[in-house]
Design a protein around this ligand. Structure first.
Ligand code: GLN
Length: 201
């Protein structure tokens, strides 16, 4: 909500590692609100969709009546940052979703769930993200999705050394396949907070 109050950042707290995101955001001086009900969405100036299990988050968001308000908020320009499962929720379309799995959409990308398969379930690597400065970011991937294709509205901002896209931006929307909330590198959250502050006015 635009206004002169201190920006409030929501963290969708239906499932997944929302506490870790909340801790990073609080460390950056943000007022953080755990969002589980539609009315809790009305006062936030941005929201983080955490990692976890996207099919569960999809079901819970529909069960708790959060999916429609979230879609409206995204369409209305609310800053949203999705990590891993959260990136899947933000994607316009997904590959390898479970039967009937839906997304909120908004981000003009196709993502593939669990793209690294069981042999490489989880891994860590350093990636370059020029938008965030020269220092590479140490990135943790946990049963991570990959961005299979980036539509014309979205921009790839980080890729693995093989060229596969793992971070994207589209206006107020930001998504990463990996988990910056786990590594102590706060640059993505700080970058997101700039969008939140700009949106709050
Ligand atoms: N760390 C994660 O968020 C994993 C995402 C999970 N594989 C999913 O499909 O939702």
């Amino acid at each position: 909500m635009a206004g002169s109050h201190r920006p409030q950042v929501g963290v969708l707290a239906l499932q997944g590692d929302f506490r870790e995101h909340a801790a990073v955001l609080r460390g950056l001086g943000a007022d953080v609100v755990a969002v589980r009900r539609p009315e809790e969405l009305t006062d936030v100036d941005g929201i983080v969709l955490p990692g976890g299990e996207s099919s569960v988050q999809d079901k819970l968001s529909r069960t708790f009546g959060m999916a429609e308000p979230l879609k409206q908020a995204i369409a209305g320009g609310l800053p949203v940052y999705g990590t891993c499962a959260g990136l899947i929720l933000l994607a316009d379309s997904i590959l390898d979703g479970i039967a009937g799995q839906q997304t909120l959409g908004g981000l003009d990308v196709v993502v593939r769930r669990n793209a690294f398969g069981s042999q490489l379930d989880s891994f860590e690597t350093d990636i370059d993200i020029p938008e965030l400065g020269e220092e590479p970011m140490h990135a943790v991937f946990i049963r991570a999705p990959i961005v299979e294709s980036v539509g014309t509205k979205a921009t790839a901002i980080a890729s693995l050394s093989d060229g596969r896209v793992v971070a994207v931006e589209q206006g107020n929307l930001l998504g990463t396949s990996f988990h910056p909330e786990m590594t102590g590198d706060i640059r993505f959250h700080a970058y997101f907070l700039e969008k939140v502050r700009a949106h709050a006015g």
